[in-house]
Design a protein around this ligand. Structure first.
Ligand SMILES: [Cu+2]
Length: 196
């Protein structure tokens, strides 16, 4: 062993003797009951608090157009995320957004177009070729969010201790807000009901 490798080994050993640090945050999970709609899926649940910072993912988040539908129907991302709009159908699709004031054009199967979302908000995605197609990109300025599944359940992992305003977004249902306090190392369950 060289002096350098001995030093490196000693350093590694020192690191190994450090106590294991518990995961920094707690999970916030629960079930959303949706009244007046056929499914509690696709509801965005987020935890808002002053001063939260977000880091967009290095790779684009994909929203596909498949079987004449936007898939997933609702995509939630943090501010400054690039969304890649893919066309997996054998026919051409278009993507435009009234709120986003963009029209990305019309493209064939296997191709995609990117759009970066700079501001928080909900952006309807439409296709000029197929007026029945509709999807949503929900842009958040918090890193703590989840989208409900078919059963209305959600899980937001690794939330640091603190006070948050839990907020829901749904294409058809009223937004609900609820104050929650997350404690370190203690999972929190929040069940709520949203309606029209
Ligand atoms: Cu289309």
């Amino acid at each position: 062993m060289t002096v350098k490798s001995i030093a490196a080994a000693a350093g590694a050993a020192a690191l190994l003797t450090l106590p294991l640090v518990a995961a920094s945050g707690s999970a916030v999970s629960g079930t959303v009951t949706a009244t007046g709609v056929r499914t509690p899926a696709d509801i965005v649940v987020s935890l808002q608090a002053p001063g939260l910072t977000v880091t967009p993912p290095a790779k684009p988040v994909v929203m596909d157009q498949k079987n004449m539908q936007f898939v997933p129907h609702v995509v939630a991302v943090v501010k400054e995320t690039t969304v890649q709009f893919l066309n997996s159908d054998s026919i051409a699709h278009n993507v435009f957004s009234p709120e986003g004031k963009y029209n990305l054009g019309t493209w064939p199967q296997g191709q995609s177009r990117d759009h970066k979302f700079d501001a928080a908000g909900a952006y309807t995605q439409l296709c000029r070729v197929h007026p029945e197609m509709e999807g949503y990109v929900v842009v958040l300025d918090t890193p703590y969010f989840a989208v409900t599944d078919k059963a209305g359940t959600f899980e937001i992992k690794d939330v640091p201790a603190g006070k948050y305003t839990l907020t829901t977004w749904s294409e058809k249902l009223k937004s609900v807000k609820q104050e929650v306090t997350v404690e370190a190392g203690k999972p929190l369950t929040v069940n709520l009901t949203v309606g029209r």
